[in-house]
Ligand binder design. Sequence first.
Ligand SMILES: [Zn+2]
Length: 54
Amino acid sequence: MPGKFIRVKCKCKNEQVIFEKATTTVRCLVCQEPLVKVTGGKADILVAVAGTAK
Ligand SMILES: [Zn+2]
């Protein structure tokens, strides 16, 4: 099943669209805070999910 893109909100209030099943750590473009961390091949979303992206 393919992953989808989701919208997350960083602590710095930046909203960013990321791939739900990221394979590498994704950082906030504004503050460099990690938004998704990959653990054991699974993406852990570390911040609030604001919704799905179209
Ligand atoms: Zn940020």
